[in-house]
Design a protein around this ligand. Structure first.
Ligand code: BT5
Length: 324
């Protein structure tokens, strides 16, 4: 309840642009007492908002912290269910286990767990994901598609396409997809996706999609080894971006593609994916466990597996690391 009022209060303050909104107007529009307003204003201040209170005039928003809290995100959402339920914490070990717990408690499809910082963010196969505070989007999305387990990798491809489209629109940067789960700008990683799920062979119970995007990070927040392989939207564009606005755009693209996927299957996603992929027509090396195979990446099979043309014929690769 308190959260709802704070969300509405931030919106009301924002509507005023440079002007003031009187305590009386807030109390009428939000249907709460002057004492309650004061309490919420103080809570917002504790979260980093600077709100000026001028006697007989009202309140004015002077500074709005860069946060991905629900009240910042909601004004940028234009979706039916993706991102409509949000859990938010400033600092977490990783948003993934928290989203798993929430899913087990019955979180609805589209629920989103967001944090400003992860101190033990994770990649695939036990790798680390660096998530310095306020510098990126670190979130886990819960989906409940009625699909068999072996189709779940298609969701990683779907999400890659959705994020690519949203970020291209919002930033104008040339973002490309590297199979299966990386988004790159000029060969440097800007985003990683981690798809985890619970289910039985013929039915997925739920999917938790971890999405990590370097938004406003500068190189100074990264360890040495990352500086060579990673980049951020801000480094590439030379300006910072509003993370809540980007999340809103991503949720919108995701919902549109996901609805299309549930109704029409993977084929339309496959066409889009191939359009944005870095590797089609290139020679690549694929590592699958202990082995590695060289070949030309031809595109995606109908089910989303990678088609690799090798000396011995076309091979179908389900998931692995690739080197270009
Ligand atoms: C991934 O793994 O790319 C999946 C990353 C998923 C992160 C999200 S954030 C929200 C959610 N909560 C989590 O704890 N995780 C998810 P993988 O393909 O295994 O790539 C990991 C490798 O990327 C590392 O070994 C580093 O080389 C590199 N890396 C680590 N942090 C990075 C960063 N911030 N930017 C770019 N590259 C990074």
């Amino acid at each position: 309840m308190g959260k709802r009022i704070r969300e509405q209060m931030v919106r009301l303050l924002l509507e005023q642009k440079e002007g003031y909104v009187s305590g009386e107007e807030i109390s009428q529009r939000l249907d709460c007492s002057r004492t309650a307003i004061w309490k919420h204003i103080n809570e917002l201040r504790n979260e980093g908002y600077q709100i000026e209170a001028k006697p007989k005039t009202g309140y004015r928003l002077v500074y709005r912290p860069d946060r991905v809290a629900p009240e910042e995100l909601i004004p940028h959402l234009d979706t039916k269910y993706i991102g409509r339920k949000v859990r938010y914490q400033r600092s977490v070990a990783s948003t993934q286990p928290l989203a798993h717990e929430w899913a087990k408690e019955g979180a609805v499809e589209g629920s989103l767990f967001l944090a400003e910082e992860q101190v033990a963010g994770r990649g695939r196969m036990g790798r680390m994901w660096h998530s310095p505070t306020h510098s990126g989007i670190w979130m886990s999305l819960i989906l409940r598609p009625q699909i068999p387990l072996n189709q779940a990798p298609q969701l990683t491809l779907l999400t890659s396409v959705a994020i690519t489209r949203a970020l291209r629109k919002q930033t104008g940067l040339n973002i490309r997809i590297k199979w299966p789960n990386d988004l790159l700008i000029d060969g440097k990683k800007i985003c990683g996706i981690l798809t985890e799920l619970r289910g039985e062979q013929d039915q997925v119970h739920y999917v938790v999609q971890g999405i990590g995007i370097n938004v406003n990070a500068t190189e100074s927040v990264w360890p040495e080894e990352l500086k060579l392989i990673a980049t951020s939207l801000a480094i590439e564009a030379g300006k910072t971006f509003s993370r809540p606005e980007l999340i809103g755009a991503i949720c919108g693209e995701l919902e549109a593609l996901y609805e299309g996927y549930l109704n029409h299957g993977f084929a339309p996603i496959r066409i889009l994916w191939e359009q944005y992929a870095t590797i089609i027509g290139q020679e690549i090396t694929v590592r699958t466990g202990l082995h590695s195979v060289k070949g030309i990446a031809k595109g995606l099979a109908e089910n989303g597996a990678l088609l690799l043309e090798t000396n011995t014929g076309v091979q179908t690769i389900y998931s692995s690391d690739i080197e270009v």
